[in-house]
Structures are given as structure tokens and as C-alpha cells.
Ligand binder design. Structure first.
Ligand code: ADP
Ligand code: MG
Length: 461
């Protein structure tokens, strides 16, 4: 059943009342009368022109948000101003200002994207519990019951690659939706968030972008370490973060290093993170590894004997991603090559797998792939040439060495022609700047990144 204009306006008022103090509410909202509703545009009557101007200046966002919540995207607002001593032709003491609510492009975008990007397969049920993840898991579950209201705000989950951060935050989001399908969750990752900001800045829409977060109840953002060196994105994130936090909206963040080790991120942002709960996902112990293997094997309908499970559990000690890699590989061998999954096959797979793990993490490998990709000899990449294309290839090498291996800046510099760690840092910053400013470069970057990642996947088999 659709509501009439009076009912819509009453609902708006309830919303507005939560956001202004009583005195302002009585002064600026009580005197408003709703007049009509047509085509999602609500007409309200205000006592005079000054009143209208004041609303436009001080409260337009609030009005817009309230209307949006009732009417959805395309909501409009029109004012009717009472004119004191002048009758118009129809004898009304009114003048209508055709002042349409400026439409915020992000409101529509957000409306469509709420809850959309959550991965439904990532739930708490499919997340195997163990000492390595217990604290984070309990915190996430507790937040899902009461988002924004606990002292775990923000919740920061950090831990190495493949230890379950993305899984956990999706499970958190999905759990909230289960209890409250109307909750408005924005789930995103730092790459995507940055791209949206770049686009908004380019389109002169950044304030609309920030304002649209008024609608958000829960903001979940993955892989915050990629904010490194992105000053503008950080600044905007900081604004949004403060806005949400002040209103008890839940913020959930992941990072592959602990907040105190985040590099190239403003101190004021990092100190905000400490307001909530910082919790770590660690590498799973043997028992948990085996439980995870069992659960994944069951999900994939893969029959594994206890010997096989134990063998993998004992030998693959890295991340859960690694455990999955072995299972994928085993399943490929058994279905594609028609082999029984016995100890012999498992042994081979685990062996090549660990071997490849060592290989793929080397800087030499990254340098080789970059060299092939650009057709530049490795000697030049690590050499002294200042030719622009070679410098870029070199900087990309250092960038990927940092993001794809566990080596320190110092170790990376050393392997790139004995450069020092500040050169490596500078390279990372340059690459990030280019990514922010140059679409063509970004395209090349993506292709190269794909190549590097693909080389990892290939070596699983
Ligand atoms: P991260 O984001 O930390 O790099 P992911 O969340 O992508 O890691 O996890 C990697 C893979 O391991 C995913 O497929 C995920 O489902 C799985 N995984 C991680 N932790 C667990 C767990 N405790 N139980 C079951 N599966 C897990
Ligand atoms: Mg992840």
C-alpha cells in the first residue's frame, strides 16, 4: 500500500528528529506542511522565503536523505512559499518555487549496491573455528548481533594473505542481513573504493559521494593496506569514517598487516583504528588445518582418507588458501587424469605445491616475468639506466616484490641493483600515483598483475 503525502512527511519527520536538536526541530520543521506528492516529488509549504533559504542551506542533506529513505531514488522536493500580501491569479496566497532536489548520482548507485557485493558462500557456518581465529570470529559474531552498538567499532581484522579475512567480513555482513534484511551494508575493497573516489573527483561529485554515506548502516572495507601512499583517498576515507563512527554506524576493516605496521598511512587515521577492536587471524594449527581440509573436501565431494588428510595437514602449514590449492590440485588430478587420490598422488601434489610456493615467491621470478612482459632484459631492470620505460618497469618490479612477497624493503632494494629502501618506497608511491592518475597505465598494470597472478595459479598444477 502506498502512503499519501502526509504519511510520507510524518515518516520523514521521525527520521529528521533523530538528527536535529529539539529547538531546531521546532523552529525549522514543525512549521512545515506537506502539500502533495506526485511522481516521487513531495511538495512542502514553508512560511517565507527566508525559511526556504535556511532549509536549503542547512538542512538540504537531511531532507534529501529522509525523502530518499521513503521514496527511493528519484525522490524530489519542491517548496511552496507563502506570500504574505500578494494574491496570485488563482487567489492563492502562495508562490511555488520549482526547486527540485538536486539528484545525487550516488544515492541511486548505493541503493542498488546495498548488500549486493557480499559473497553468499562466505558464512560463519562454512568458517571453521580454531584458536587461530577464535577471537576475531567471536567479535564478528557479536557485532553481527548488534552492529555499531558494541565497543568493537571499528573492528579491524588483520592477518596474512589467505587466512580468512575476506571470508570473515562477508560472513559478518551475511549474518546481519539474515537478521535484518533491510540493513544497509556497503561492502567494498580498497581498490574499488579508490577508483570510485578518483571517478568522483574527476566528475566533480566528491561531496555527493561522501554525502551518500549518510544512508549507510554498516561499512565494510577489505584490504586497507592498499591505501598506502594514496593521500586523497585516505583523506576522504577519514571523513567518511568519522561521520559513520560518530553516528554509531559500524565500520569493519581488514588489512594484511597490523595497523601499527601500516606504511604510508596517516597517523591520524591509524590512531582512529585503535578506538575499536584490533584482532588478528593467525595461521591455523594442525588440528584446525585438518578440520578445514575435511570441511572443504566434504563441500567439494572429494573423498579423502584420514592418511591423506593428515599428510596434507602436516605438510602444508601456510595459509588456508594453500590448503585449498592442494585440494584443487588433487581434485584436478583425480578427475582430469582419472587417478585415485592415494598417498602417492598426495605426496606428489604436496611436493610440487611446496616447491612452487618457494619458486613463486622469489624476486627473480617477478623480475623474469616483468622482463618478458616488457621485452626488457633483466640487466636493465636492475641496472642504472634512467630511460623512462625501464625506470617504470623497475618500479613495477619493486612494487610487486613488495605486494607479492614477504621481503622487506631493504631486501627488495638489495635485489634491485643494491638500491636502498627509500628508493623502493619511492617506487611504490610512484606506482600508486600513476594508478591514481593514468588510466592507460592502470590498464598495463592490470595486465601485468594478471600475468603475475596467473603464473602462481599455473604452478599449482
Ligand atoms: P584473506 O582475505 O585473508 O586473504 P580469504 O578470506 O580470501 O583470505 O580466505 C582464503 C580462502 O580460505 C577462502 O576460500 C576462504 O573461504 C578459506 N578460509 C579461510 N579461513 C577459513 C576457515 N576458518 N574455515 C574455512 N575456510 C576458510
Ligand atoms: Mg582477502
Amino acid at each position: 500500500m502506498s502512503l499519501n503525502h502526509t504519511q510520507i512527511w510524518q515518516k520523514c519527520l521521525i527520521d529528521i528528529k533523530k538528527n536535529v536538536d529539539e529547538r531546531n526541530f521546532n523552529t525549522w520543521f514543525k512549521p512545515i506542511r506537506s502539500v502533495k506528492l506526485s511522481d516521487k516529488t513531495l511538495t512542502i509549504q514553508v512560511p517565507n522565503k527566508f525559511f526556504y533559504e535556511w532549509l536549503e542551506e542547512k538542512y538540504i542533506d537531511l531532507l534529501g536523505k529522509a525523502l530518499f529513505q521513503q521514496l527511493g531514488s528519484g525522490a524530489g522536493l519542491q517548496y511552496q512559499i507563502v506570500v504574505q500580501d500578494h494574491k496570485d491569479i488563482e487567489g492563492n496566497y502562495q508562490k511555488t518555487i520549482e526547486k527540485k532536489l538536486k539528484s545525487n548520482p550516488y544515492l541511486k548507485l548505493f541503493e542498488e549496491e546495498f548488500n549486493n557485493d557480499l559473497n553468499l558462500n562466505y558464512t560463519f557456518e562454512s568458517f571453521v573455528e580454531g584458536p587461530s581465529n577464535q577471537l576475531a570470529r567471536n567479535a564478528a559474531i557479536s557485532i553481527s548481533k548488534n552492529p555499531g552498538k558494541s565497543s568493537f567499532n571499528p573492528l579491524i581484522i588483520h592477518g596474512g594473505v589467505g587466512l580468512g579475512k575476506t571470508h570473515m567480513i562477508n560472513a559478518l555482513g551475511n549474518e546481519i542481513i539474515k537478521a535484518n534484511p533491510k540493513a544497509r551494508i556497503i561492502y567494498t575493497n580498497t581498490e574499488r573504493f579508490t577508483n570510485q573516489i578518483i571517478q568522483a573527483l574527476r566528475d566533480n561529485n566528491i561531496f555527493d559521494f561522501i554525502n551518500s554515506f549518510q544512508l549507510v548502516d554498516i561499512f565494510i572495507i577489505d584490504d586497507i593496506q592498499f591505501l598506502e601512499g594514496r593521500t586523497k583517498t585516505q583523506e576522504i576515507f577519514f571523513n567518511i569514517f568519522n561521520y559513520l563512527h560518530q553516528r554509531d554506524k559500524q565500520v569493519v576493516i581488514t588489512s594484511d598487516v597490523s595497523p601499527k605496521d601500516l606504511k604510508g598511512i596517516q597517523e591520524r587515521l591509524i590512531s582512529r583504528f585503535k578506538w575499536g577492536l584490533v584482532t588478528e587471524l593467525q595461521k591455523p594449527n594442525l588440528e584446525t588445518r585438518i578440520k578445514i581440509l575435511e570441511s572443504k573436501a566434504q563441500r567439494d565431494q572429494l573423498k579423502l582418507t584420514p592418511d591423506v588428510l593428515n599428510f596434507i595437514g602436516y605438510n602444508v602449514k601456510g595459509s588456508i588458501r594453500d590448503l585449498e590449492g592442494v585440494l584443487v590440485s588433487l581434485s584436478a588430478h583425480s578427475t582430469l587424469n582419472n587417478r585415485v587420490i592415494d598417498m602417492k598422488l598426495t605426496n606428489e601434489v604436496v611436493d610440487t605445491f611446496s616447491h612452487n610456493l618457494d619458486k613463486e615467491l622469489s624476486i627473480g621470478n617477478i623480475q623474469k616475468i616483468i622482463s618478458d612482459f616488457f621485452g626488457i632484459p633483466i640487466e636493465h631492470i636492475i641496472g642504472k639506466t634512467r630511460k623512462r620505460n625501464i625506470v617504470i618497469a623497475r618500479q613495477l618490479g619493486m612494487y610487486f616484490a613488495k605486494t607479492m612477497t614477504d621481503l622487506s624493503l631493504k631486501q627488495i632494494g638489495k635485489q634491485f641493483g643494491n638500491r636502498d629502501h627509500t628508493t623502493v618506497l619511492h617506487s611504490i608511491k610512484t606506482i600508486n600515483d600513476l594508478l591514481d592518475s593514468d588510466v592507460l597505465f592502470k590498464d598495463t598494470f592490470n595486465k601485468l598483475e594478471h600475468k603475475l597472478e596467473h603464473s602462481l595459479i599455473k604452478s599449482y598444477f
